[in-house]
Design a protein around this ligand. Sequence first.
Ligand SMILES: [Fe+2]
Ligand SMILES: [Fe+2]
Length: 234
Amino acid sequence: MSSLLATTDFLDELERHIAQHPAVRHPFLQRFSRERLALHRIQSYGLQHYQLVKVFLTYMTNLVARIPDSSAATILRGVFEDEFGQYTVFRSHVHLYQNFLRALGLQDEDWGRIQWREETRNFVSGHLKLTQDGDVLMALGAIGPGHEYSIPLMFDYLLKGLRHNTALSDRELEYFAMHIEEDKDHAVAFRRLIAEVAQTAMARDRVRQGALFSLELRRRFWDGCHAAVFGRSL
Ligand SMILES: [Fe+2]
Ligand SMILES: [Fe+2]
């Protein structure tokens, strides 16, 4: 089998695996999408999630700087442009998320002084460390399939819960709706890059390990959100 075909098969299989991963089908997401939630519970979730949102670009920057293949920056250019907000910083993903928090009645000082849950801290420090000086192919797996592929699946639950528990407008929920669409394209960009740089079985295995590393931290992050929102651990 050619290495390109092997990589395509590998990525298809990995994505099928991710779609069934406990992080992606987490009880927190299921409950959030279905149950009646008071505003303060949605705020608790929103503030923990913000800590992940605001650091995502740092993972991307760390990662791209470490990929020797010169096509990495070109392949991921669209992902960077979307994250930064293309022509204006006010459309950056961090800004869109802040619009959501403001629509929930929160202010800058609320997201500045929020107490991080341990699971939130572990998620962020685990990804920072991996993208800064961990295995590069693992980092690629964590940010590519581990994030961009899994996010539309998880955000679907969040958006449902937010729609039926709040009166927020489409504009105020744009962060979520947009990621359900955009991250599908971002996942495709990462697939192209992985096909270029992970052409051996060993390299593909490291990509897989990175994706699973990220999803395990994500599973624990949702455990933390479950405790924060529903008041008890799973
Ligand atoms: Fe984003
Ligand atoms: Fe993305």
